[in-house]
Design a protein around this ligand. Structure first.
Ligand SMILES: CC(C)(COP(=O)(O)OP(=O)(O)OC[C@H]1O[C@@H](n2cnc3c(N)ncnc32)[C@H](O)[C@@H]1OP(=O)(O)O)[C@@H](O)C(=O)NCCC(=O)NCCS
Length: 188
């Protein structure tokens, strides 16, 4: 409860599931308090993403600027996913790939459908803007993404800095649009 000026307590209820809001933000409009919570999650859950000079990173990656799909309660982050709209040379011209990353739901809110909700909106964005979506994930998360229409690409289809990634690579949309192989100098 919030104390009021005259000392009485504000009877407004604590936030609940009913106050969960969907937000879609071009990178430059992502509220700073949400950006900080995404980065804090990344630092704790994926520490390898922030090593060396990156240890001090206090801003999200923005080259190119992603679109953020968020569920929040006021300034509290519940769930997040981002999509980088990237272009690659394919056999039949330029291929636009929606690179999905930083998919997270804070532990207190898991298994309530929030991760699915942000991923569905990310997929709608990919369908509207890109030719195909691509993400990297741990084997343990394959069922989560499979349930949302993503399918596994064969090992070797994607090469990162000359090597096969340890992660599973999944795609949504027509996987044949992904260049064979897709050579990347970073993964998202
Ligand atoms: C993966 C993650 C984003 C899922 O978020 P969430 O909000 O709990 O997801 P949902 O509630 O929408 O779950 C949707 C469905 O997937 C299932 N599911 C969720 N996480 C799962 C997992 N790790 N393995 C298998 N199934 C999973 C749920 O049971 C649910 O199925 P149901 O509808 O049949 O009950 C969340 O667990 C998380 O933040 N994990 C840590 C970070 C991470 O690994 N992110 C992914 C990086 S690739």
């Amino acid at each position: 409860m919030t104390p009021t000026k005259d000392g009485d307590e504000d009877p407004s209820p604590e936030p609940s599931n009913e106050t969960v809001e969907d937000g879609t933000y071009p990178h430059e409009l992502l509220p700073r308090e949400l950006e900080i919570q995404v980065l804090a999650f990344v630092r704790i859950v994926w520490p390898d993403a922030l090593v060396g000079d990156e240890r001090f990173r206090s801003r999200m990656w923005d080259v190119p600027p992603p679109t953020h799909f968020v569920r929040s309660v006021g300034d509290l982050l519940v769930s997040h996913a981002q999509v980088f709209d990237l272009e690659f040379a394919g056999d039949e011209g330029t291929v636009r790939i929606g690179g999905v990353g930083a998919v997270m739901t804070y532990p207190q809110f898991r298994r309530e459908g929030h991760g699915s909700a942000v991923m569905r909106r990310a997929a709608e964005h990919i369908e509207a803007v890109d030719d195909v979506g691509v993400l990297f994930c741990a084997e343990s998360n394959v069922p989560f993404y499979s349930g949302l229409g993503w399918s596994r690409l064969e090992p070797g289809r994607v090469v990162v800095r000359g090597a096969m990634p340890d992660d599973v690579v999944m795609a949504i949309g027509d996987p044949d649009r992904v260049p064979t192989p897709l050579r990347l100098d970073w993964s998202w």
